[in-house]
Design a protein around this ligand. Structure first.
Ligand SMILES: O=C(CO)[C@@H](O)[C@H](O)[C@H](O)[C@H](O)COP(=O)(O)O
Ligand SMILES: [Zn+2]
Length: 203
């Protein structure tokens, strides 16, 4: 058991390092696109199941509340939290439509949907992405394994190359935290953070 404990931490750390080495440029490019949209007044919607639902709420809370600095609230909605909507849509239509229906109700052109699925194959997440594309949102997947269907349908998809759901989620939540940090610094810090762009003034 002691090996299990130690190996779990090492595996998580190794996976994060491998992920960032492979994806650092892509992370920068996609996060910049998301931050620009937030700066222009667009909002972020998030969806996922189980632990990923918790990650959606966690990330939305950092943006609406605060991550690392005092600043105005930022618009982010976790589509995983309203039990009346989730049970009504799940019961009256299908569990596969619990997020899609909310994207239909709340998503506006230019918004961002962050869709989280470690398998990349959860139907309710895929349906949300398809609806978001129909409504011209930017769709960003956080996936695992081989990316699954999510990597095929989302505009951009970050694939954590592991078959362990918890280890994949641990990289996803780091990615989510880095996104919150990036957005805050892009919108509210002086341009020393973003010398090539120089757009990061106080708002
Ligand atoms: O948190 C965990 C496992 O760490 C579980 O709750 C996990 O999120 C659930 O089994 C999900 O239903 C998995 O769905 P997905 O990531 O494949 O879309
Ligand atoms: Zn979990």
């Amino acid at each position: 058991m002691k090996e299990l404990i130690y190996y779990s931490f090492v595996e998580s750390a190794d996976l994060k390092r491998a992920f960032v080495e492979e994806n650092r440029e892509k992370i920068y490019t996609v996060f910049l696109e998301i931050a620009k949209r937030v700066k222009e007044g667009r909002k972020i919607l998030l969806c996922g199941n189980g632990g990923s639902a918790a990650d959606c709420q966690h990330i939305a809370a950092e943006l609406v509340g605060r991550f690392g600095m005092e600043r105005r609230p930022l618009p982010a909605v976790a589509l995983t939290t309203d039990t009346s909507i989730l049970t009504a849509v799940g019961n009256d239509y299908s569990f596969d439509r619990i997020f899609e229906r909310q994207v239909g109700a709340l998503g506006e052109e230019g918004d961002v949907l962050i869709a989280i699925s470690t398998s990349g194959n959860s139907k309710n997440v895929i349906n949300a992405v398809l609806k978001a594309k129909e409504k011209k949102l930017l769709t960003v997947g956080f996936s695992g394994r081989d990316g699954g269907e999510l990597a095929k349908v989302a505009d951009h998809c970050f694939v954590v190359k592991s078959f362990s759901t918890p280890r994949i989620q641990e990289v996803h939540i780091t990615l989510g935290h880095v996104l919150c940090d990036f957005i805050e610094k892009y919108l509210f810090s002086y341009d020393s953070y973003f010398p090539p762009f120089g757009e990061g003034s106080q708002q």
